[in-house]
Write a protein that binds this ligand. Structure first.
Ligand code: FES
Length: 136
């Protein structure tokens, strides 16, 4: 049985910052580099997410304008890459098993924390392999 945390801290980094700086999504120092880079709060920071709350909702509650379209697990607009911790998703049919299990893609509109400390790169819809499922 899963031990879902009452409250989780989600540290986030905007994928566009990786693009701008030439950083790689697989770089192990990604979040250390981000912490040293003097980024604005919309690009790098942390959110508190309550038990059962979706990560996208928590970001919006904190005033952020993260990408989304369907809010129902049927597009890739809200995609994020998990770099630390685990995010559990409701039923989705848009991502392949490989994308979920090996590339650690999660949909923030239907994703809730499963561990109390999480690091994600949000705005991952800009990754090439997700482009064909982004709703314009
Ligand atoms: S907004 Fe479409 S899957 Fe999240």
């Amino acid at each position: 049985m899963l031990n879902i945390p009452l409250m989780a801290t989600v540290t986030y980094l905007n994928y566009e910052v990786l693009d701008d700086n030439g950083w790689d999504i697989d770089d192990n120092d990604l979040f250390e580099n981000a912490a040293d880079a003097d980024l604005g709060e919309e690009d790098y920071g942390s959110l508190t997410v309550n038990q059962g709350e979706y990560i996208l909702e928590a970001a919006e509650a904190q005033g952020y304008d993260w990408p989304f379209s369907c809010r129902a697990g049927a597009c890739a607009n809200c995609a994020a890459i998990v770099k630390k911790g685990e995010i559990n998703m409701d039923m989705q049919q848009i991502l392949s098993n490989e994308e979920v299990d090996e590339k650690d893609v999660r949909l923030t509109c239907i994703g809730s924390p499963e561990t109390d400390e999480i690091k994600i790169v949000y705005n991952a819809k800009h990754l090439d392999y997700l482009q064909n499922r982004v709703i314009a």
